[in-house]
Design a protein around this ligand. Structure first.
Ligand code: ACM
Length: 500
């Protein structure tokens, strides 16, 4: 080998540095590929959007032109034919040889996922926003990869504290790198209503006018929201809007007096208590309101799901809760969407199209297990494992601890397909990491709680359980540290991980 080739060999990221761990990775000796100033990116018709996104990342740090074209040849190629059928709708094959990197998939989503793996195979400084020196070497490898679960999600609470579209887009960029494919936005709670509803305009202008601590709050116009949805879709992420109900509704109740049983609007709320608010279950206007909200939300939601909350309805009787859900769930269906609800919704024996989202701290829940037995798919977010807003340790400066402290290993070491009694692998739709924001005020706060725990959840959702191994994972995780530094991500340097 020439000394340049030796140097390139040394600079290549190890092939086992990818998170989530791929299904199959085989090293191919003497087959490293180095991206240079003459590298071209070649994409199948339909895949130039994915190629452009990849080029955008690579151009900033390499300074190379990296032209994208619909052509075939050497360099980086994205093909929509010839992939092993095992890749399914989201998987891909990635082959590195001395002349290039070939990514094959059956769908654009699969190609996008393959390009995220390619980013992990390049040196960490590939993520820098300024030009760095190479070499930009990809290790010789054959990869075959596809997800364990169809749903790998992250939730951001934009109600307790409002986050601008730019902050939401940055979070989308950060989670897409780990093949997360759903972003659930918690758009309404006691402290704020964050999306314009044209038929009920005071929701945004009054209900959106504050937040926890009394700050100015904010809301998304429909154009801003649709822009977030499109930005996410280009990165294989489907946005799920949540309007929490019948509890967690003070912002709506403060905006419209008629939604209250006594006809009196309560004041806006900027504290952090839960369980004190409820829509008026007996009033017809409540369901006209919900019909309008769901109709307008469905119209700006290309994805299949709308989340209707349903948690902690402590000011609604069990009988009223059942009456309420049995009226609301058909409204979601009427507008062509499937409902997700926090797992309390399982108590009303919802139709099998409804996905209860488990957020308990135990290992069993009879209503959730019964729903799974009837055929409902369950989304797994156990609060003492998957809640990204829990503190890591007692000295974590932000976050909550009602579900316990969640260090990195705790968040990684559980099996979503065998966690809740009588909710087996086949009954699980996937995993989601909720990030509640009572204590979270900035983009840096979001990053500090999500990283490094979110990649662990993404791996639980994507990688086969046979690949689950904390000792191997923590080394792959350590390799993300320089990547996050290059990206400017404010991550928690857990002492459980030997960061380089
Ligand atoms: C929840 O944490 N109240 C779903």
């Amino acid at each position: 080998m020439t000394s340049a080739a030796t140097q390139a060999q040394a600079a290549a990221a190890p092939i086992d540095s990818v998170i989530p761990a791929p299904v199959s990775v085989t090293a191919v000796p003497n087959a490293n590929y180095t991206v240079t100033s003459s590298t071209q990116i070649r994409a199948a018709a339909g895949a130039t959007g994915v190629a452009d996104l990849l080029a955008g990342v690579l151009r900033r740090s390499t300074g190379f032109a990296l032209p994208v074209s619909q052509s075939t040849g050497d360099g980086i190629s994205l093909q929509l034919s010839g992939a092993d059928p095992q890749v399914g709708t989201e998987g891909y094959q990635l082959d590195v040889s001395t002349t290039g990197v070939l990514i094959k998939a059956a769908t654009v989503a699969g190609l996008f996922n393959g390009t995220q793996t390619l980013r992990h195979l390049l040196p960490a400084k590939i993520e820098s926003s300024t030009v760095q020196s190479g070499p930009w070497t990809v290790p010789g490898a054959r990869i075959l990869d596809y997800p364990r679960f169809a749903y790998r999600g992250a939730m951001l609470d934009v109600a307790r504290h409002f986050f601008t579209p730019d902050i939401v887009k940055r979070y989308i960029d950060e989670i897409a790198l780990y093949k997360v494919n759903y972003l659930h936005l918690h758009l309404a709670d006691d402290q704020g209503w964050r999306i314009v509803i044209d038929s009920w305009p005071r929701l945004a202008t009054v209900g959106g006018s504050t937040q926890v601590g009394g700050g100015a709050g904010g809301f998304y116009t429909k154009a801003q929201y649709s822009d977030i949805v499109s930005y996410a879709a280009a990165r294989n992420i489907t946005v799920i809007p949540e309007i929490d109900m019948p509890g967690h509704t003070n912002a709506a109740l403060a905006s419209y007096a008629e939604l209250n049983c006594n006809g009196v609007a309560p004041p806006l709320y900027t504290g952090t208590d839960v369980g004190f608010s409820s829509f008026c279950v007996s009033k017809a206007v409540t369901y006209q309101f919900i019909d309008d909200v769901v109709r307008e939300l469905a119209a700006i939601t290309p994805g299949p799901y709308i989340h209707i909350g349903g948690d902690e309805a402590q000011s609604t009787s069990d009988a009223d809760y059942k009456t309420f859900m049995n009226k609301v769930l058909p409204i979601v269906t009427k507008y062509g969407k499937q409902a997700i609800g926090w797992h309390e919704v399982a108590k009303v024996n919802p139709p099998t199209s409804v996905t209860p989202q488990f957020w308990g701290t135990g290992r069993s829940d009879s209503a959730v297990a019964s729903a799974a037995g009837r055929g409902n798919k369950i989304l797994m977010s156990p609060a003492n494992k998957a809640y990204l807003d829990m503190k890591y340790t007692s000295s974590t400066p932000i976050g909550q601890d009602w579900a316990g402290k969640i260090e990195v290993k705790t968040g990684y070491d559980w099996n979503p397909g065998a966690y809740v009694t009588n909710v087996g692998e086949a009954a699980v739709r996937g995993v989601e990491g909720p990030l509640w924001t009572e204590t979270v005020k900035t983009r840096q706060d979001i990053e500090f709680l999500a990283f490094p725990r979110l990649p662990g959840l993404a791996e639980l959702g994507w990688s086969p359980w046979s690949k689950h191994n904390w000792d191997a994972y923590k080394q792959r995780l350590a390799a993300q540290g320089p990547r996050w530094q290059a990206m400017g991500v404010n991550f928690y340097r857990s002492t459980q991980v030997s960061w380089p």
